[in-house]
Write a protein that binds this ligand. Structure first.
Ligand SMILES: [Zn+2]
Length: 295
């Protein structure tokens, strides 16, 4: 059986925390709704692992949304993960342009040059305003890019190691907690060096993140916490699609009805199809339609 687990940990006696994640079935499920080319699939896998690691330390109910936008073959890649580690992903890309790139193509090659590409990270609490931080695409990897974001936007020194491939999707993060003193410096330097030296294969050497943590911090006292289970779950619903169609407008809907005799909306995250008969589609714009009632 393949595993989906996230294990938080702390380095004992030091202000260093971390988490290690392994997600195989869940990542596959999240990436199943599109036929992603291998290079894009790898980047999305790394983004899934990274976003789940970051969402595991959210202090509120809500979601973290990591969005890569560029002018390269991949124009958009989005990964969302909520406080309960339910995640979803989608992307938009140019199939012909991507076909010319190798499976191990760099992030910059996929998203385009640093001038046009950026990574936006949004924190979207169920209650309260959305917060968004943006970093330019100056680093070569998803891990380096997120380390840069965390250092500049969150003032949080972090090290990330990520892997996504045939061996599985996995990642590990360590963070130096704010306010940590000189006595924690040694522990932090040890932890960040351990991650910097970690070969990707070590991340998928075991299905169990606890084993990976033990191997990475061999000889150190590390306290691991109860494993959590990341899972694929989409947030699309009849109500959200109703709302999207109202925003698209009556003219759009009438044009679709003229062409197809119905309106079909496919969720870009999970691939679910929402089919509207002419009656149901037009009811969205009828007086009282704003309440979403239809039969
Ligand atoms: Zn969906």
């Amino acid at each position: 059986m393949r595993s989906d687990a996230l294990v938080p940990f702390v380095v004992e006696g030091a202000a260093v925390r971390g988490a290690c994640v392994r997600m195989d079935d869940a990542a596959q499920a999240a990436l199943a709704s599109h036929d992603y080319p291998p290079a894009l699939r790898r980047i999305l896998g790394e983004l899934l692992a990274a976003t789940t690691l970051l969402a595991a330390s959210l202090k509120f109910r809500g979601s973290m949304i990591v969005q890569l936008a560029g002018r390269g073959p991949v124009s958009l890649a989005v990964v969302e993960c909520d406080h309960a580690l339910a995640f979803r992903a989608t992307a938009q890309w140019d199939r012909d342009a991507l076909a010319g790139l190798p499976p191990d193509a760099s992030l910059a090659a996929l998203a385009g040059d640093a001038k046009g590409a950026r990574l936006a990270i949004s924190l979207d609490p169920e209650e309260g305003p959305l917060y968004q931080g943006i970093v330019a695409l100056e680093s070569g990897s998803v891990a380096a890019l997120l380390e840069h974001y965390l250092a500049t936007s969150e003032q949080l020194e972090s090290r990330l190691a990520l892997i996504a491939g045939d061996g599985g999707v996995a990642g590990i993060i360590v963070q130096r907690l704010p306010g940590s003193g000189d006595e924690d410096r040694v522990a932090w330097e040890y932890a960040s060096a351990a991650l910097a030296a970690l070969p990707g294969a070590a991340l998928v050497a075991s299905d169990d993140p606890t084993d990976v943590i033990a191997a990475t911090f061999a000889g150190r006292d590390v306290r691991v916490f109860r494993p959590r289970t990341p899972r694929f779950a989409c947030r699309c619903s009849d109500a959200r699609v109703d709302q999207a169609l109202r925003i698209a407008g009556r003219d759009e809907v009438e044009a679709a009805l003229r062409d197809d005799g119905k309106v079909v909306v496919t969720c870009e995250y999970c691939g679910k199809r929402y089919v509207y008969s002419p009656e149901r589609a037009r009811a969205l714009f009828a007086s009282g339609g704003a309440t979403g009632t239809h039969h």
